[in-house]
Structures are given as C-alpha cells and as structure tokens.
Write a new protein. Sequence first.
Length: 210
Amino acid sequence: MEYQQAAQWAAQHLESYRKDPSGWSGCKRSNNITISWRPSNVFRGNLYRAEGILAAKPKNVLKCIVPETGGLREKWDDNVTKLAVVESINNNVCVLRTTTPSVLMNMISPREFLDVVLVQENEDGSKMTAATNVEHHLSPPQPNYVRGLNFPCGCFVIPVPGDPNKTHLLSFFQTDLGGSLPQKIIESFFPRSITGFYGNLANAAVTLVV
C-alpha cells in the first residue's frame, strides 16, 4: 500500500470510529476528559477514544499537533522526544518518525514509531490528523529503540458552536508498543498518557502558539 493510500485508509477508519457509538467501555474520566476503549479490529490490543473541551482556539490546537520536524509537539508532549519528517508526500501527507522516552520507571523503554500522517479539513469544518504505521527505506529500525506500531489513530479538531475560543478535541489511539510488556502495564499506561496529552496540549495551545 503506497503512502497516500495508507493515509486515506487510516482516515477512513477514524471516520468510522467517530460515527460508531457501540462497544465502548468507560475507563477513566478526569479534568473534563472522557476516555473509553474497546477491542481493536486491526490488531490484538485496544482502541482508545478520548474527548474533551479545550480552552483554546481550534487553529492553535492544530498547530500544536501537525507533523513537523522539531515542531511544537517536542516542547509540550511528555511522550515525545523527537519528531522528524522522513519524506513529504504532498502538502497534506508525510512520513514521520517519532521517538519516545522511557516511562513508568523504565518499565517501558524508549520507542520509535514510523507513520504516514494525513492532515485535512472535513466537510463539517473540523480538521483531522490521521496516521498509521508504515516502513521507509530512509528510516530503518534503530538499535537503541524498540519499534512500536501505531494503527489508525489521530485527532478531530472540532470548533465549538458559539465559542471560537474553545475546541472540542476527539482523539483515537491504538498502539502496539512492541517488546513483551505485560498487559497490566499497557492498560495502566494509556489512560494516564492520554490524560496528560490533553492537559499539556490545552496549555500549549495557549502558551506556545504565537
């Protein structure tokens, strides 16, 4: 599957997740963020759904999550150490390498992810990022990292009617961290990580965007 097709495939999955309310189990609610999950239909793991209202303009939220080499996300996302665009396919699609730090007292060692990422505007006025794992000859697995795999994941940046200074952020995460991690560690990591993602993003969209 070539990169543009893979990006569209990921976007189609995200649209279907957005429209399908069935099968979700609530697992965490905090700081006006609701996180739920259900078994993934594309890998042996869980698909996580998160949503909340951020006190920031949609365009500023989007600036904080767009894929860029050395972009803003390196500054605010605790789960990202480095971003690098490996190849720009067109104005809306790129191949992105992301590295992450060790977490949970080094129980999860540093990871690297290689994804094709699509950024687009939808007919309803929302903006969307969609990503899924790919391979690229310029970015083979590195020896100091475990190669993880993201399956269709991303965010919908949705304007809040009547309030241009707020954003409804709907996100989907489904990641195979690789290695041989116990399921309990994985299940404890993701809700905590997603909660931190929302809190840090809300702050960054106000303080980092000029």
